[in-house]
Design a binder for this molecule. Structure first.
Ligand code: R5P
Length: 323
């Protein structure tokens, strides 16, 4: 980026305007002026009202619902920047839509998470920042650098403050066992793993729980809550296993589709802690919902990438000051 050290710019799609503004506030930078609109036939149009020549641009756009519109918007913004001679384009995609289609579970199925990666690259993106991918292996779908951040430390800090007596970290399925293990290690707690299977898509059934929950207060750490089905099945199984009716749930990406909020508003659930990687509509806010902002984490990563400093050091208190 020689000669362009100050030419780093933030540009937001329509995926999560509040998060984009919070990142801009953290970095004390304005959001680039642009027009983004949809024509009556559904096509998306983008036009940028500032000179982007030689700029290091960070496009903030989670591909959350409406997934296809937000994804298409991201691709069109990247194409606009490429044609406006931006020097480097980084897609900041805190929530990566289609991440749950990362492998074939049956013959004649797509791997859409890979298709999305190919499209982002083909559009002209040079780098990606994302968070708590459903499967870490999605990083390998890209041939460009990808910084995979996590809300884990933020979640750990939150629970450390709120009290850890007689607590246990619980993975809601085997796919989340590694993350639960890290959280348990960070909090100095034991852990358990719920084993689930899906008889049909979007339906979860618990087979068994590995670990002892009797008399303990579970802290569940999940990547995505969509219909709430996985968590509801997990809550029932944990209670049957003798867990205290004081279940705390943390989820990075709160899609909360359909009646998920109602399904999770149960007396046994004492807290639902989510982040703002995707917008949480006002009607989904309940007294038990707590939203932690990832704006400073993403802002710090953006600053470090622009400065050519380490991003992984952000997650290691001993290395935080590292160049
Ligand atoms: C899948 O295995 C994920 O980690 C989540 O458990 C799942 O996608 C959540 O979806 P839902 O809330 O619809 O069960």
């Amino acid at each position: 980026m020689a000669g362009n050290q100050n030419r780093y710019k933030l540009l937001a799609g329509n995926g999560n305007p509040d998060l984009a503004s919070a990142i801009a506030a953290y970095l004390d930078r304005p959001l680039t002026r642009r027009t983004l609109k949809q024509f009556t036939d559904g096509e998306i149009f983008c036009s940028i009202e500032e000179n982007m020549r030689g700029a290091d641009v960070f496009v903030i756009q989670p591909t959350c619902p409406p997934v296809n519109d937000n994804l298409m918007e991201l691709l069109i913004i990247i194409d606009t920047l490429k044609r406006a001679s931006a020097e480097r384009i980084t897609a900041v995609v805190p929530y990566y839509g289609y991440a749950r289609q990362e492998k074939k579970d049956a013959p004649r199925e797509p791997i859409t998470a890979r298709l999305v990666a190919d499209m982002i690259e083909a559009a002209g993106c040079h780098r990606v920042i994302t968070m708590d991918l459903h499967a870490g292996a999605i990083q390998g779908f890209f041939d460009i650098p990808i910084d995979h951040l996590t809300a884990l430390s933020m979640v750990a800090e939150y629970f450390r403050q709120s009290g850890l007596e007689r607590s246990i970290v619980v993975a809601p399925d085997t796919g989340r066992a590694k993350a639960a293990e890290k959280l348990a290690a960070e909090l100095g707690l034991p852990m358990a793993v719920i084993h689930k299977h899906r008889p049909v898509q979007q339906q979860a059934e618990v087979t068994h729980i590995a670990g002892e929950l009797h008399g303990l207060r579970p802290i569940v750490f999940e990547d995505i809550v969509s219909t709430g089905g996985t968590l509801v099945a997990g809550i029932d199984a944990m209670l049957q296993a003798g867990a205290e009716p004081d279940i705390r749930i943390a989820v990075t990406h709160a899609l909360l589709t359909g009646n998920a909020v109602e399904r999770l508003t149960r007396p046994e659930v004492s807290e639902l802690v989510v982040t703002d990687t995707v917008p949480v509509a006002p009607e989904k806010h309940t007294p038990k919902l707590r939203v932690l902002s990832v704006a400073s984490l993403l802002g710090e990563a953006i600053q470090r990438i622009h400065d050519g400093r380490s991003v992984s050091a952000l997650f290691d208190p001993k290395r935080r000051g590292e160049a």
